[in-house]
Design a binder for this molecule. Structure first.
Ligand code: DGL
Length: 266
Protein backbone atom coordinates (compact mmCIF):
# COMPACT_ATOMS: atom_id res chain seq x y z
CA UNK A 1 0.00 0.00 0.00
CA UNK A 2 2.81 2.45 0.92
CA UNK A 3 4.38 2.17 -2.55
CA UNK A 4 1.16 3.05 -4.32
CA UNK A 5 1.00 6.45 -6.03
CA UNK A 6 -0.74 9.62 -4.94
CA UNK A 7 -3.58 10.32 -7.39
CA UNK A 8 -4.02 13.94 -8.45
CA UNK A 9 -6.41 15.46 -10.93
CA UNK A 10 -7.22 18.81 -12.46
CA UNK A 11 -9.10 20.15 -15.47
CA UNK A 12 -5.78 20.44 -17.29
CA UNK A 13 -2.16 21.07 -16.47
CA UNK A 14 -2.65 23.86 -13.87
CA UNK A 15 -2.83 21.23 -11.11
CA UNK A 16 0.84 20.56 -11.80
CA UNK A 17 1.58 23.52 -9.48
CA UNK A 18 0.20 21.29 -6.71
CA UNK A 19 2.07 18.22 -8.05
CA UNK A 20 5.27 20.27 -7.98
CA UNK A 21 4.72 21.33 -4.35
CA UNK A 22 4.06 17.68 -3.38
CA UNK A 23 7.33 16.60 -4.97
CA UNK A 24 9.13 19.28 -2.91
CA UNK A 25 7.60 18.13 0.38
CA UNK A 26 7.26 14.39 -0.35
CA UNK A 27 10.08 13.55 -2.81
CA UNK A 28 9.84 9.82 -2.08
CA UNK A 29 6.24 9.54 -3.27
CA UNK A 30 5.08 8.39 -6.71
CA UNK A 31 2.44 10.50 -8.46
CA UNK A 32 -0.25 9.62 -10.92
CA UNK A 33 -1.65 12.79 -12.44
CA UNK A 34 -4.68 13.19 -14.67
CA UNK A 35 -5.46 16.45 -16.50
CA UNK A 36 -8.82 16.53 -18.24
CA UNK A 37 -7.65 18.64 -21.16
CA UNK A 38 -10.53 17.33 -23.29
CA UNK A 39 -12.97 19.25 -21.08
CA UNK A 40 -11.10 22.28 -19.83
CA UNK A 41 -11.82 24.93 -18.73
CA UNK A 42 -13.84 23.62 -15.80
CA UNK A 43 -14.23 27.21 -14.66
CA UNK A 44 -16.94 27.78 -17.29
CA UNK A 45 -18.74 24.43 -16.83
CA UNK A 46 -21.81 23.57 -14.78
CA UNK A 47 -21.47 21.88 -11.39
CA UNK A 48 -23.27 18.80 -12.81
CA UNK A 49 -20.74 18.37 -15.63
CA UNK A 50 -17.80 18.78 -13.26
CA UNK A 51 -19.25 16.17 -10.90
CA UNK A 52 -19.64 13.74 -13.78
CA UNK A 53 -16.06 14.30 -15.01
CA UNK A 54 -14.62 14.15 -11.48
CA UNK A 55 -16.34 10.85 -10.74
CA UNK A 56 -14.91 9.17 -13.83
CA UNK A 57 -11.41 10.55 -13.23
CA UNK A 58 -11.41 9.48 -9.56
CA UNK A 59 -12.33 5.98 -10.72
CA UNK A 60 -9.48 6.09 -13.28
CA UNK A 61 -7.00 7.00 -10.52
CA UNK A 62 -8.31 4.24 -8.24
CA UNK A 63 -8.08 1.75 -11.13
CA UNK A 64 -4.41 2.77 -11.29
CA UNK A 65 -3.98 1.98 -7.59
CA UNK A 66 -3.90 5.51 -6.16
CA UNK A 67 -3.65 5.36 -2.34
CA UNK A 68 -5.24 8.82 -2.00
CA UNK A 69 -7.01 11.10 -4.49
CA UNK A 70 -6.26 14.82 -4.44
CA UNK A 71 -8.66 17.13 -6.26
CA UNK A 72 -6.06 19.67 -7.44
CA UNK A 73 -8.57 21.95 -9.11
CA UNK A 74 -10.45 24.72 -7.34
CA UNK A 75 -13.45 24.54 -9.66
CA UNK A 76 -13.80 20.79 -9.00
CA UNK A 77 -13.08 21.18 -5.26
CA UNK A 78 -15.80 23.85 -5.09
CA UNK A 79 -18.43 21.89 -7.02
CA UNK A 80 -17.70 18.20 -6.75
CA UNK A 81 -15.75 17.48 -3.56
CA UNK A 82 -18.73 16.78 -1.25
CA UNK A 83 -20.26 14.60 -3.95
CA UNK A 84 -17.00 12.63 -4.41
CA UNK A 85 -16.66 12.14 -0.66
CA UNK A 86 -20.13 10.64 -0.60
CA UNK A 87 -19.56 8.45 -3.68
CA UNK A 88 -16.12 7.14 -2.71
CA UNK A 89 -16.61 7.17 1.07
CA UNK A 90 -15.41 3.63 1.67
CA UNK A 91 -12.98 3.40 -1.24
CA UNK A 92 -10.28 6.03 -0.76
CA UNK A 93 -9.00 9.08 1.11
CA UNK A 94 -10.00 12.27 -0.70
CA UNK A 95 -8.32 15.66 -0.28
CA UNK A 96 -9.31 18.97 -1.89
CA UNK A 97 -7.53 22.31 -2.32
CA UNK A 98 -10.07 24.44 -0.42
CA UNK A 99 -10.26 22.92 3.10
CA UNK A 100 -6.49 23.25 3.80
CA UNK A 101 -6.73 26.99 2.98
CA UNK A 102 -9.85 27.41 5.13
CA UNK A 103 -8.08 25.61 8.02
CA UNK A 104 -5.07 27.90 7.65
CA UNK A 105 -7.32 31.01 7.63
CA UNK A 106 -8.86 29.66 10.85
CA UNK A 107 -5.46 29.99 12.56
CA UNK A 108 -5.24 33.68 11.62
CA UNK A 109 -7.29 36.64 12.61
CA UNK A 110 -7.91 38.41 9.31
CA UNK A 111 -10.60 41.09 9.43
CA UNK A 112 -11.18 41.03 5.69
CA UNK A 113 -10.22 38.37 3.14
CA UNK A 114 -10.43 38.50 -0.67
CA UNK A 115 -10.80 35.47 -2.95
CA UNK A 116 -10.16 35.37 -6.68
CA UNK A 117 -11.01 32.43 -8.91
CA UNK A 118 -12.90 31.10 -11.89
CA UNK A 119 -16.61 31.76 -12.47
CA UNK A 120 -17.46 28.25 -11.23
CA UNK A 121 -15.42 28.52 -8.04
CA UNK A 122 -16.71 31.96 -7.12
CA UNK A 123 -20.36 31.34 -8.04
CA UNK A 124 -20.39 28.15 -5.94
CA UNK A 125 -19.83 30.26 -2.79
CA UNK A 126 -17.87 27.33 -1.32
CA UNK A 127 -14.96 29.38 0.04
CA UNK A 128 -17.29 31.95 1.66
CA UNK A 129 -19.44 29.24 3.22
CA UNK A 130 -16.51 27.28 4.64
CA UNK A 131 -14.67 30.39 5.88
CA UNK A 132 -17.77 31.77 7.58
CA UNK A 133 -18.19 28.43 9.40
CA UNK A 134 -14.57 28.42 10.68
CA UNK A 135 -13.83 32.16 10.93
CA UNK A 136 -17.20 33.90 11.41
CA UNK A 137 -15.49 37.14 12.44
CA UNK A 138 -13.77 37.56 9.05
CA UNK A 139 -15.44 39.47 6.22
CA UNK A 140 -15.03 37.73 2.86
CA UNK A 141 -15.28 39.25 -0.62
CA UNK A 142 -14.87 37.33 -3.85
CA UNK A 143 -14.16 38.25 -7.43
CA UNK A 144 -14.10 36.29 -10.68
CA UNK A 145 -10.91 36.85 -12.64
CA UNK A 146 -11.46 34.74 -15.77
CA UNK A 147 -8.82 36.39 -17.95
CA UNK A 148 -6.00 35.22 -15.70
CA UNK A 149 -6.01 31.56 -16.80
CA UNK A 150 -5.61 32.25 -20.56
CA UNK A 151 -3.21 35.10 -19.78
CA UNK A 152 -0.89 32.79 -17.82
CA UNK A 153 -1.18 29.99 -20.38
CA UNK A 154 -0.16 32.40 -23.12
CA UNK A 155 2.93 33.29 -21.10
CA UNK A 156 1.97 36.84 -20.08
CA UNK A 157 3.75 36.89 -16.73
CA UNK A 158 5.58 39.82 -15.14
CA UNK A 159 5.09 42.07 -18.17
CA UNK A 160 3.02 45.13 -19.07
CA UNK A 161 0.03 43.13 -20.29
CA UNK A 162 -0.26 40.95 -17.20
CA UNK A 163 0.36 43.93 -14.93
CA UNK A 164 -2.47 45.86 -16.57
CA UNK A 165 -4.92 42.92 -16.35
CA UNK A 166 -4.05 42.01 -12.76
CA UNK A 167 -4.20 45.64 -11.66
CA UNK A 168 -7.57 46.13 -13.38
CA UNK A 169 -9.01 43.19 -11.46
CA UNK A 170 -7.37 43.80 -8.11
CA UNK A 171 -8.17 47.50 -7.97
CA UNK A 172 -11.83 46.52 -7.70
CA UNK A 173 -13.30 48.59 -4.86
CA UNK A 174 -14.72 45.53 -3.11
CA UNK A 175 -11.17 44.34 -2.35
CA UNK A 176 -10.30 47.56 -0.50
CA UNK A 177 -8.84 46.90 2.96
CA UNK A 178 -8.23 43.17 2.57
CA UNK A 179 -5.51 41.67 4.76
CA UNK A 180 -5.27 38.41 2.83
CA UNK A 181 -6.01 37.30 -0.73
CA UNK A 182 -6.74 33.65 -1.53
CA UNK A 183 -5.57 32.49 -4.95
CA UNK A 184 -8.57 30.26 -5.68
CA UNK A 185 -7.24 28.74 -8.88
CA UNK A 186 -4.42 26.31 -9.59
CA UNK A 187 -2.89 28.61 -12.23
CA UNK A 188 -2.46 31.64 -10.01
CA UNK A 189 0.65 30.55 -8.02
CA UNK A 190 2.56 31.30 -11.24
CA UNK A 191 1.74 35.02 -10.77
CA UNK A 192 1.83 35.07 -6.95
CA UNK A 193 4.82 37.43 -6.72
CA UNK A 194 3.32 39.79 -9.25
CA UNK A 195 0.09 39.92 -7.26
CA UNK A 196 1.97 40.50 -3.99
CA UNK A 197 3.84 43.36 -5.66
CA UNK A 198 0.60 45.03 -6.75
CA UNK A 199 -0.38 45.16 -3.06
CA UNK A 200 3.12 46.45 -2.15
CA UNK A 201 3.61 43.18 -0.25
CA UNK A 202 1.12 44.42 2.39
CA UNK A 203 -1.46 41.69 1.80
CA UNK A 204 -0.82 38.01 2.60
CA UNK A 205 -1.28 36.17 -0.69
CA UNK A 206 -2.30 32.57 0.02
CA UNK A 207 -2.10 29.69 -2.44
CA UNK A 208 -3.09 26.16 -1.64
CA UNK A 209 -0.22 24.16 -3.17
CA UNK A 210 2.09 24.08 -0.12
CA UNK A 211 -0.73 23.93 2.44
CA UNK A 212 -2.28 20.93 0.67
CA UNK A 213 1.08 19.15 0.47
CA UNK A 214 1.58 19.53 4.23
CA UNK A 215 -1.92 18.17 4.96
CA UNK A 216 -1.21 15.27 2.60
CA UNK A 217 2.08 14.51 4.39
CA UNK A 218 0.29 14.55 7.78
CA UNK A 219 -2.41 12.18 6.53
CA UNK A 220 0.11 9.73 5.04
CA UNK A 221 2.14 9.83 8.25
CA UNK A 222 -0.91 9.24 10.46
CA UNK A 223 -2.07 6.33 8.33
CA UNK A 224 1.43 4.89 8.02
CA UNK A 225 1.27 5.25 4.24
CA UNK A 226 4.48 7.17 3.48
CA UNK A 227 6.51 5.55 0.72
CA UNK A 228 9.80 4.60 2.40
CA UNK A 229 10.87 2.12 -0.30
CA UNK A 230 13.35 4.52 -1.93
CA UNK A 231 11.63 3.95 -5.30
CA UNK A 232 9.26 6.38 -6.92
CA UNK A 233 7.87 6.79 -10.40
CA UNK A 234 5.58 9.55 -11.68
CA UNK A 235 3.00 9.21 -14.44
CA UNK A 236 1.20 12.11 -16.08
CA UNK A 237 -1.92 11.57 -18.18
CA UNK A 238 -4.11 14.02 -20.08
CA UNK A 239 -7.35 13.24 -21.89
CA UNK A 240 -6.46 15.15 -25.06
CA UNK A 241 -2.94 15.82 -26.27
CA UNK A 242 -1.46 18.71 -28.21
CA UNK A 243 2.17 19.92 -28.12
CA UNK A 244 0.80 23.11 -26.52
CA UNK A 245 -0.09 21.19 -23.33
CA UNK A 246 3.40 19.67 -23.32
CA UNK A 247 4.91 23.16 -23.42
CA UNK A 248 2.84 24.74 -20.67
CA UNK A 249 3.05 21.62 -18.47
CA UNK A 250 6.79 22.34 -18.07
CA UNK A 251 6.00 25.83 -16.81
CA UNK A 252 3.54 24.56 -14.18
CA UNK A 253 5.65 21.61 -13.03
CA UNK A 254 8.89 23.61 -13.20
CA UNK A 255 10.67 20.74 -14.89
CA UNK A 256 10.65 18.16 -17.69
CA UNK A 257 7.52 16.11 -17.86
CA UNK A 258 6.31 13.28 -20.07
CA UNK A 259 2.57 13.64 -20.77
CA UNK A 260 0.74 10.56 -22.00
CA UNK A 261 -2.71 10.53 -23.52
CA UNK A 262 -5.36 8.50 -21.70
CA UNK A 263 -8.58 8.66 -23.65
CA UNK A 264 -11.05 7.84 -20.89
CA UNK A 265 -14.00 9.50 -22.60
CA UNK A 266 -14.53 7.37 -25.70
N1 DGL B 1 -7.86 24.33 -12.68
C1 DGL B 1 -8.93 25.29 -12.70
C2 DGL B 1 -9.19 25.78 -11.26
O1 DGL B 1 -8.36 25.67 -10.38
C3 DGL B 1 -8.63 26.47 -13.58
C4 DGL B 1 -8.70 26.16 -15.05
C5 DGL B 1 -10.08 25.79 -15.52
O2 DGL B 1 -10.99 26.66 -15.51
O3 DGL B 1 -10.27 24.65 -15.89
O4 DGL B 1 -10.26 26.28 -11.01
Amino acid sequence: MKKKPIGIFDSGVGGLTVAHAIKQILPGESLIYFGDTAHLPYGDKSAESIRYYSHRITQFLLDHDAKVVLVACNSASASAFDYLKEEFRDKTILIDVIDPVVDYIGTKNFKKIGIIGTKRTISSGTYERKISEKSPESAVVSLTTPLLVPMIEEGFIFDDISNAIIRAYLSNESLGGIEALILGCTHYPIIKNQISKIFNFNVEVIDSARLVSIILRNILEQKNLLNDSGNSRDMFFISDYTPYFGKIAKMFFEGEINLQKADIWS
